[in-house]
Write a protein that binds this ligand. Structure first.
Ligand code: C5P
Length: 224
């Protein structure tokens, strides 16, 4: 069944989630934003005031006790914290700045693995993240590694935030934040960001949204 899983991995700001969401819609597959899971745990750690000095000691029981809920709802996972459904809370600068420090913890990755694999058990899933093709769904039939130049990723990230004509300094700062997160994600020991050996590397620097969606859909249709 995991032959019909489509994974999109790659650095921050490469357009993975917007692309993955649209690819899922066109194929009629479910969609899993795996980054949101790491963000939900980060949100809870900050919200509960857990001192960053002890994040490395968190075990399964401690993670269970954080009050994060992961529930399959309408073909995707709905994330909550103590009864509150998490949406915009997951994308604040505070969460974004700390999420890589949480995602490097082996206990966190183990804790989230079963939720991710459960959603892909019956196939027909499009998912994006950093290790979806390498670790979570090594048997996926379609694996894409989305790449784009750092400058272009910074430009798109700012555009997402509503900044249409950023100054050089703003662009520089956005690029530095993306680069720092990529470095953390690529250099960690557990499930580092890298293309799976059997992934198709797709550079989207010069592609528009439609081209990038079509490229992934075409790859997925070769399998289905
Ligand atoms: O994709 P997004 O920017 O929401 O991911 C947030 C962070 O979560 C990444 O920078 C990375 O540290 C972590 N992540 C991960 N493995 C995934 C998805 C996200 O480590 N599969």
């Amino acid at each position: 069944a995991t032959r019909t899983v489509v994974t999109l991995d790659g650095p921050a700001g490469a357009g993975k989630s917007t692309t993955a969401r649209e690819v899922a819609r066109r194929l009629g597959y479910r969609y899993l934003d795996s980054g949101a899971l790491y963000r939900a745990l980060t949100f809870a750690l900050l919200e509960e005031g857990v001192d960053e000095a002890v994040w490395g000691d968190l075990d399964r029981e401690a993670l269970d006790a954080l009050g994060v809920t992961v529930a399959p709802v309408e073909g995707t996972l709905e994330l909550g914290h103590r009864g509150r459904v998490l949406g915009d809370e997951l994308r604040t600068p505070q969460v974004t700045a700390r999420v890589s420090a949480v995602a490097r913890l082996p206990a966190v990755r183990r804790w989230l693995l079963r939720h991710q694999q459960a959603l892909g058990r019956h196939g027909r899933l499009v998912t994006d993240g950093r290790d979806m093709g390498t670790v979570v769904f090594p048997e996926a039939g379609t694996k894409v590694f989305l790449q784009a130049d750092l400058d272009e990723r910074a430009r798109r990230r700012l555009l997402d935030q509503g900044v249409r004509a950023p100054g050089a300094r703003e662009r520089q700062q956005a690029a530095e934040k993306l680069a720092a997160r990529d470095h953390a994600d690529m250099s960690r020991e557990t499930s580092p960001l890298r293309p799976a050996d059997d992934a198709v590397v797709l550079d989207t620097t010069a592609l528009d949204f439609e081209e990038q969606v079509e490229a992934v859909v075409a790859l997925a249709r070769r399998v289905d």
